[in-house]
Every structure is written in structure tokens, then in C-alpha cells.
Design a protein around this ligand. Structure first.
Ligand SMILES: [Zn+2]
Length: 396
């Protein structure tokens, strides 16, 4: 029995060696001093005019809440800058792609609603893409897929959510599966055009990019960075193409907050979800805030445009209101920040927001280890939980 006890530290060492890399990465991930919440909402911009009323209602809702510093909650909007001009495409016999940009007179109500929220400090636009698709891929697919042909020939200002999912990826040619990579010159030109368009429409450079369907690669990163993008929103991994089944696929690596990509762009992780149209209620958002706060991570809540348009919108507005009310009550120290501010704070190691003291960092690290696949189970099996528990007691 005593001989067996000697084996325990050996087993612990083995687990620690096995997990050395991720454990070290979790230690280096910035730890936040305060609970942080940002509502990240994608797909707004060029598209149906009903967005204008939804954006106005969101602006009013966000303006009714404040954190203890007096700051309103920020909804970062992943903005799409252009949409297919179905009428012009039809007139050209479906042979030529024509688009309507967000600053076209036909989209004036949507842009006005966006700008009003930006002026109030409750919306912050982020680059989602020129289009929520790669136009040549959509044109090619329309030759063989009646759904795509119908989408291009259908209603004016169509919904990109109605496109087949693989085609909603901008940085892959998914007319065939597995998707084909875009060429480097294509990527460079498209990134230059979309960042210039963002600048023209919003009067500021796009500093945060949210790749559509989280499919992008090193070349996209380099091209964006060359035009001022400093931060990329990720789901904690990177997808680079659509596989034979049409699913996003990549190298499976883990990405943590603050890690750097090509040309020094910084990653933030958005892996918490608040999609009332899928049944999520305020409680799910609060649980996400609790999990992230225990890990001293900011909470980036993903919630798409589709929640706030049409049938499910009443529920979505109601639940967002409840979530913000409850979050402010439960976390008096809560901070509402934008994703760009989160990235900047990590980049310059802002000591107002980023923890440097040992004990809170240890507590965050211990909580984060519980998110590693199989680590908690192995720690239990080997008894490693005991020294970790003691470490937690010491850090408390
Ligand atoms: Zn999107």
C-alpha cells in the first residue's frame, strides 16, 4: 500500500506533462479583474429593410441599461456591406453578379438605424464581410442548385440566412464540396475592397473582423491586417474550408483569448451562445456569464440577427432585457465593453482591467483547467485533484 502511494506523484507528473502545453497556455491567457459582457450580433447591414425597426428597438433596449461606470451595454454588429441586386442580376439573364452596397439609397433606413446606435454608443460595427458569401461561388452554384438560382432571382434584398450553409462562407469557394481555396490575389483584392468600403461607410477603419461562418485562413489574416484589422473574433478554433459534407473544417487547434495570428492580429474567443430563436433564455446567458467570470474571461455572447427579425423577435427582446437586468443585479462590478476594447486591453496589458496578482490568476487558472477535455476526469482518477484543491485553498 505504502509502495503504491509513492506511485501517485508519478501519475500526477505524467498527467501534468501530458497537459503541459495547454496548462501553460491557460496560465498565459489574460485574466480579467471584472466580469465583462459584450453582446456580439452578426449578419446586420445590407439586406431586408425590416432590420431598421429591429435596430431601433435594440438601440432603445440597450440604452435602458448601464454598468456601474454608467456605460450602456455594447452590441457589436458583424456588418455585411453588400447584397445581391436580384433585379439587376435577373435583367442580365443571371449571367452577371451585381450588388447593392450598404450606403446605396435603397438601404438608407438600415444605415440610418445603424448610425443612430453607433452615435448612442450602443452599437459598434465590426467587419463581417463585403458579402456573407463568395459571389463567384454563389453564381456558379446557381447553375446547378435550384435553391441558389431561386435566391438570386427572388425577392429584392434577400436574406443570406436562406442560402445553403456552405455558401455562407465568404473565404472558400463552396459551389463544389469539399470547397476550393480562393487564390491569393483574389483574397488580397477582396480584403482591400471590403476594408475600404467599411471605411467609406462608417468613417473609421475596420479593426475587428468576424469571419463569416468562422471560415478563414492565414492569407485572409495577412490581407486584413495589411488594411488595419487588429483583432479577429474566433469560436476558439479556426475553420479553413467546407468538407465533403459541407461542414466547416480546420486543423482543430485551440485558440485562446489574446493569442496572436499573422501580422500580429489578436484573437478573441466567442464561444458562448444566446440565440432565443433556438430556445435560449436569459438564464442561459447568465450561466455563460457565470462560467466565463469564474475563468476570469470576458463573456462574448453570440446572438444573430435572425433572433430579432420576424416571428421570434418578441421573445428575443424580452429575454435580452431580462438578461441585462439580471446581469447588472448579480454582478455589481460588471463592465460593458466592446470587443475592440477587450482586444486592446489585452494587447497593452491594461492593469485596470487585466489581473496581475498571483492569487486571482491561480484561481482563474484552476477554473480554466476544468474546461480542458478529459483533464478533470484524469485528475480525479489519479488523485491529482488533491494537490489542485490545496492550491485552490491557498489561492482563495
Ligand atoms: Zn454571419
Amino acid at each position: 500500500m505504502v509502495a503504491l502511494l509513492w506511485l501517485l506523484p508519478l501519475a500526477w507528473a505524467l498527467v501534468l506533462v501530458l497537459y503541459a502545453r495547454p496548462l501553460l497556455a491557460l496560465w498565459h491567457e489574460p485574466a480579467w479583474r471584472y466580469p465583462v459582457l459584450v453582446i456580439e450580433s452578426d449578419d446586420w447591414g445590407a439586406g431586408m429593410l425590416s432590420q431598421a425597426a429591429a435596430l431601433d428597438a435594440l438601440r432603445a433596449l440597450l440604452g435602458r441599461h448601464s454598468d456601474h461606470t454608467g456605460r450602456h451595454p455594447v452590441m457589436t454588429l458583424g456588418v455585411v456591406l453588400a447584397i445581391a441586386d436580384t433585379e439587376a442580376i435577373r435583367a442580365a439573364g443571371g449571367r452577371e453578379y451585381v450588388s447593392i452596397a450598404l450606403d446605396d439609397a435603397r438601404l438608407a433606413p438600415v444605415l440610418a438605424a445603424l448610425r443612430a446606435g453607433i452615435a448612442d454608443g450602443v452599437f459598434v460595427p465590426q467587419l463581417h464581410g463585403m458579402e456573407h458569401y463568395w459571389p463567384p461561388a454563389v453564381m456558379a452554384a446557381s447553375q446547378t442548385d435550384w435553391r441558389v438560382a431561386a435566391w438570386l432571382a427572388g425577392e429584392a434584398l434577400p436574406r443570406t440566412e436562406d442560402l445553403p450553409s456552405p455558401l455562407q462562407s465568404r473565404w472558400a469557394a463552396a459551389a463544389v464540396l469539399p470547397s476550393l481555396p480562393l487564390s491569393t490575389p483574389e483574397i488580397i483584392e477582396a480584403a482591400a475592397t471590403e476594408t475600404a468600403t467599411f471605411q467609406r461607410i462608417f468613417g473609421i477603419a475596420a479593426q475587428v473582423a468576424v469571419p463569416t461562418t468562422f471560415v478563414w485562413n492565414d492569407e485572409v489574416e495577412r490581407a486584413w491586417a495589411a488594411h488595419g484589422v487588429r483583432c479577429i473574433v474566433t469560436p476558439g478554433t479556426r475553420h479553413e474550408y467546407r468538407d465533403a459534407q459541407g461542414h466547416p473544417a480546420g486543423d482543430g487547434r485551440y485558440i485562446l483569448n489574446g493569442e496572436r495570428g499573422r501580422n500580429d492580429v489578436r484573437y478573441v474567443v466567442r464561444d458562448q451562445y444566446f440565440e432565443p430563436a433556438f430556445g435560449h433564455r436569459a438564464e442561459q446567458g447568465l450561466a455563460a456569464l457565470a462560467r466565463q467570470t469564474a475563468c476570469a474571461r470576458p463573456t462574448l455572447l453570440e446572438t444573430h440577427r435572425f433572433n430579432f427579425i420576424g416571428e421570434p423577435a418578441d421573445v428575443a427582446f424580452h429575454e435580452l432585457e431580462r438578461l441585462l437586468n439580471a446581469a447588472c443585479v448579480a454582478y455589481p462590478a460588471l463592465r460593458f465593453l466592446s470587443t475592440q476594447e477587450i482586444a486592446e486591453a489585452m494587447a497593452r496589458q491594461d492593469m485596470q482591467l487585466i489581473e496581475t496578482r498571483l492569487h486571482p490568476r491561480l484561481r482563474a487558472w484552476l477554473a480554466r483547467t476544468q474546461t480542458l477535455p478529459h483533464f478533470a476526469k484524469l485528475a480525479r482518477l489519479t488523485g491529482l485533484v488533491l494537490p489542485l484543491w490545496l492550491l485552490g485553498k491557498w489561492a482563495a
